[in-house]
Write a protein that binds this ligand. Structure first.
Ligand code: ASN
Length: 314
């Protein structure tokens, strides 16, 4: 166990170092250019929701993080998916994005992936009456724009890091989760990413209740993950959404969820406030890590919080 003095000295050298400085510049370009690109496509930027009675349930190894307030329980946002669906009810907001801080208390084992942090920021977008294909084409253009902007604006920093960034061709290659499992087995995610030289899509995996199950092929899902090449793993995830009350309830029951906390969201679905939509979100720190070619995501974040760690200073 290191002393506070030793830990502060390490933090000082991280903050004063060229590596973090390069990553922060790359990340800043990603934030600026993602907002500019989405504004240019007619998206409205919403401010983040950070506490709410409901958030993304993320039924996989993430503990709830909440605060008690005046006798009720507020959750810290794990993702704004449910609020994205609700916000689309505004006529001003047929295409929205949020630079959204998320808190996910991940299981300690996730520290080994190099791409999980307890708090991170995602650029989260949603489009009313859009299809999976619409969201995938938009993502491909956005990623191309972000990669080429970072390359141009941070040429000196990337050269110093010895990192060559390739602007991907579009459309990205497309695979399915089932096909990759058959080819690579249980470690398909890491192995598939390691086999790639450009980002690729992985379609159709059973995730949360809000990703739409294909009405024409039950057991299949109209969702998509973008995967970075070179073993950097998942970049973005999204899907078409369930918006009809009966289907949402059916999916929640299948996931053995307690419906009570979601009563207002379900009422909104029942009265038709939710519309068909598609969207996605990608982690800003993950993109900075990929563009810089860093092994660990902690290296792009000045105040990184790794899963399982209890030695947080700031
Ligand atoms: N942002 C993701 C989406 O739009 C959800 C998530 O981050 N869990 O599907």
């Amino acid at each position: 166990m290191k002393s506070v003095r030793e830990m502060v000295a390490l933090q000082a050298s991280k903050l004063g170092g060229a590596r973090l400085a390069a990553a922060l510049k790359v990340q800043s370009v990603v934030l600026r250019e993602a907002a500019a690109f989405l504004h240019g496509r007619g998206f409205i930027q919403l401010l983040p929701v950070m506490v709410s009675p409901i958030t993304d349930p993320l039924n996989h190894g993430v503990a709830d993080a909440g605060i008690d307030y005046c006798g009720s329980r507020l959750q810290l946002t794990k993702s704004m998916i449910l609020h994205k669906q609700l916000a689309l009810a505004s006529p001003a907001a047929s295409k929205i994005f949020i630079i959204s801080p998320n808190v996910r208390l991940e299981i300690p084992e996730r520290a080994s992936t190099g791409r999980h942090l307890l708090e991170f920021t995602q650029i989260d977008f949603e489009m009313r009456r859009a299809s999976a294909g619409d969201a995938m084409r938009l993502t491909e253009e956005l990623f191309r724009h972000l990669f080429s902007s970072a390359k141009a604006a941070c040429a000196a920093e990337l050269a110093e890091l010895g990192r060559e960034v390739k602007v991907p061709c579009k459309p990205f290659a497309v695979r399915t989760t089932g096909g990759l499992k058959a080819e690579f087995g249980d470690s398909w995610e890491a192995d598939f990413s390691a086999s790639l030289s450009e980002p690729a899509w992985v379609l159709d995996h059973e995730r949360e209740f809000y990703d739409r199950e294909d009405p024409a092929a039950p057991g299949h899902y109209l969702n998509y993950d973008a995967v970075y090449p070179g073993g950097f793993g998942e970049a973005l995830s999204g899907g078409e959404r369930e918006f009809e009350h009966a289907r949402i309830v059916g999916r929640m029951r299948r996931n053995k969820m307690d419906l009570r906390p979601y009563s207002a969201y379900l009422e909104a679905a029942r009265i038709g406030m939710l519309s068909p939509s598609a969207g996605a979100g990608f982690g800003v720190e993950r993109m900075a890590r990929f563009l810089c070619g860093f092994e660990r995501i902690e290296d792009v974040s000045p105040f990184a919080k790794s899963p399982g760690s209890d030695g947080f200073l700031f």
